[in-house]
Design a protein around this ligand. Structure first.
Ligand code: CA
Length: 251
């Protein structure tokens, strides 16, 4: 079921080739396979069999805030003691931005979105190919190192809408929402300034640019499209509110 295939490629730069990986998995067979495969690929691997053991390994009092004893965590979701989602949430809450790859037997969209929402970086559903897992670990390490370990900018949240500026992603009531670039920019602007009222001209200026030649009705049209995507009832908006005589604001 879990085949080990080598993905070594000596021509690749070293950015994702080495690193300290913590494997958190309660199923002995899968954990042993992961440790073996990752070690053979040249990683330094430590394993934990439940969430509490993982926390003990991660929360070393001698580490500075945000510092992690591992470069990557491969994390099973269903774990005894502390489950994977809670562990993930806790680490991010502590300011630990170590890349996390979630493994789960569940494959539904909701689990995936939930996993990413609590701060995981990637998600793989069991059964997975070891080759793909290793490739994803390398990609995560490479991305993290290329970014110079800079923590991602925090998500903007308003009621049950989450916006992730670095990934240009929007999650509405737990579901990923696809917005056009203008709709996204409008929402990002509103969510970055939750109490501010924006006139149509200000929105045109900020979202379309000062050299945009057109009617301020353009704004109304895009607001309507945005509402159709994010509002429960677009005719009774609760997120993007019309302020009569002025413009729009976040509700
Ligand atoms: Ca499990």
């Amino acid at each position: 079921m879990y085949s080990i295939e080598s993905t070594k490629n000596p021509s690749l730069p070293d950015l994702g080739q080495t690193g300290r990986i913590l494997v958190v998995e309660d199923e002995d067979l899968i954990r042993d396979m992961l440790v073996l495969a990752l070690t053979e690929e040249g990683f330094e691997v430590t394993s934990a069999t439940d969430g509490r053991q993982a926390l003990n390994l991660l929360c070393n009092p001698e580490l500075r805030q945000g510092e992690s004893p591992f470069d990557l965590i491969v994390l099973d979701l269903m774990l005894p003691q502390v489950n994977g989602l809670d562990l993930c949430r806790l680490l991010r809450h502590q300011g630990n931005h170590v890349p996390i790859l979630i493994l789960s037997a569940k494959g539904s969209e909701t689990d995936r979105v939930l996993g990413l929402e609590v701060g995981a970086d990637d998600y793989l559903t069991k059964p997975f190919s070891m080759r793909e897992l290793i490739a994803r670990c390398r990609a995560l390490l490479r991305r993290h190192r290329l970014n110079g370990y800079s923590p991602p900018s925090p998500a903007l949240q308003f009621k049950d809408i989450c916006l992730y500026p670095q990934e240009c992603r929007v999650v509405v009531r737990g579901e990923e929402m696809v917005l056009s670039p203008k709709e996204y920019k409008l929402l990002e602007l509103f969510m970055s300034h939750p109490r501010r009222v924006w006139s149509r001209d200000q929105l045109l200026d900020r979202v379309w640019g000062s050299d945009f030649v057109g009617d301020s009705k353009t704004v109304d049209v895009h607001i309507r499209w945005l509402r159709e995507k994010i509002e429960r009832d677009p005719s009774q908006p609760e997120y993007v509110i019309t302020v009569r005589g002025f413009g729009y604001r976040l509700g």
